[in-house]
Design a protein around this ligand. Structure first.
Ligand code: PLP
Length: 394
């Protein structure tokens, strides 16, 4: 017999991928410019110029055998040391190279983390709406997902529900801020409260605080800060990725950083290395490790996403949509104009608008609009959004 859960996962696409594939087909039928594809989070802006310059320099100056060879399983020591020093300078932590494990993006960081810390039946609390793949990563690692709805209308943390949800089986709490799909950024007060609750409840059974951070650099207002969880709680694990900040999703590069303040640090880091080994995630792509070791403090030009957000948000509000104001990431969570968000997203297709129903994100009645597209696509899609809204007013 085959591994049934893997076979089942391979037979159904996520709703995001399903719509993305539909979009490809539809574009071939009626022309790319006639389909308004807001389905997927593929960055639409170029990597910063330093990416090309550094890659060229690496290719022109380094020993080619070394450059394309294996690094240590957990990643090149020099790169990990650079990232540790940068994190310390930026957030005041005291990490070292051996707190870091280089990965193939946040997806690998998360799978590795959950395989490192979970035993069968352990519970992981996450807040809806959430990135649908979390369920896949956690359940495949033997864990059980406990979903808590965010506060209605804002999707910030419902602490009353959280206090009730923590049990002796709770092994981890996973946050994603800025959030895919709501764009919500948790405040410092929320992180402090969360940390405080975890400190009280993480006594006999350690609870890990896991932060998935592919959107850390995508915040559109300088007054909004994304707190670094290691500054609030010692059993912290950060899953980082350069997919969005450097527009490199296809190159698969990121890392896991384990807080060295936790008592059982050596075992947790060993668990991360062991999980990476068992999953075959050793030696993340060497060329891109070397790259991020040099351009770790650069980002793509985020001003385009900010302009997209403002144009889309203002227009949708003026057409009568209810939208959660996104402070970061490049998604908008929009209330469907009928109870069934799948039916709403299907109706949107009549206007060639591709938007993802919120059900798979754990929040019914909403749709996700990915605005990491060209400003021109948004401009041309606005009449379609208006027509969709008007069709509910008739
Ligand atoms: N976590 C979230 C919240 C995401 O939105 C994504 C990708 O869209 C990932 C993780 C996976 O990112 P990566 O491409 O770095 O594996």
């Amino acid at each position: 017999m085959l591994n049934e859960s893997s076979v089942a996962l391979g037979k159904v696409r996520s709703s995001i991928r399903e719509l993305f594939e539909y979009g490809k087909k539809r574009k071939a039928e009626i022309g790319e410019e006639n389909v308004f594809d807001f389905s997927i989070g593929n960055p639409s802006i170029e990597p910063p110029k330093e990416v090309r310059e550094t890659l060229t320099e690496l290719l022109n100056t380094c020993n080619q055998v070394d450059l394309h060879g294996y690094t240590s399983a957990q990643g090149d020591y020099g790169v990990r040391k650079t990232l540790a020093d940068y994190t310390n300078e930026r957030f005041g932590t005291s990490l070292n190279a051996d707190c870091f494990y280089m990965t193939c993006g946040a997806a690998a960081s998360l799978t590795i983390t959950f395989n490192a810390i979970l035993n069968p039946g352990d519970e992981v609390i996450l807040f809806a709406p959430y990135f649908p793949e979390y369920k896949v990563f956690i359940e495949k690692a033997g864990g059980k997902v406990i979903v808590l709805q965010g506060l209605p209308g804002s999707y910030h943390i419902d602490f009353a529900a959280l206090e009730q949800a923590i049990t002796p089986k709770t092994k981890a709490i996973l946050i994603n801020s800025p959030n895919n799909p709501s764009g919500v950024v948790y405040t410092e007060d929320e992180i402090k409260r969360l940390a405080c609750l975890l400190k009280c409840r993480s006594t006999d059974n350690p609870i890990y605080f896991v932060s998935d951070e592919p959107y850390r650099e995508l915040v559109y207002d300088s007054s909004i800060k994304v707190p670094y969880i290691m500054n609030y709680y010692d059993r912290s694990i950060v899953c980082y990725s350069y997919s969005k900040s450097l527009s490199l999703p296809g190159e698969r590069i990121g890392y896991v950083a384990v807080d060295n303040k936790m008592e059982e640090f050596a075992d947790v880091y060993a668990g991360v290395c062991g999980a990476g080994r068992a999953l075959g995630f050793v030696c993340a792509p060497s060329l891109f490790q070397m790259l991020v070791g040099k351009v770790y403090d650069k980002t793509s030009d985020m001003s385009i996403y900010k302009a997209n957000r403002d144009m889309l948000y203002d227009a949708l509000i003026s057409y009568g949509y209810e939208v959660i104001h996104p402070d970061g990431a490049f998604y908008m969570f929009v209330k469907a104009m009928e109870e069934d968000s799948k039916a709403f997203a299907e109706r949107a297709k009549q206007y060639e608008l591709l938007i993802v129903p919120g059900d798979d994100f754990g929040s019914k009645g909403y749709v996700r609009v990915s605005y990491c597209v060209s400003p021109d696509t948004i401009r041309r899609a606005l009449p379609a959004f208006k027509a969709l809204a008007d069709s509910y007013k008739k």
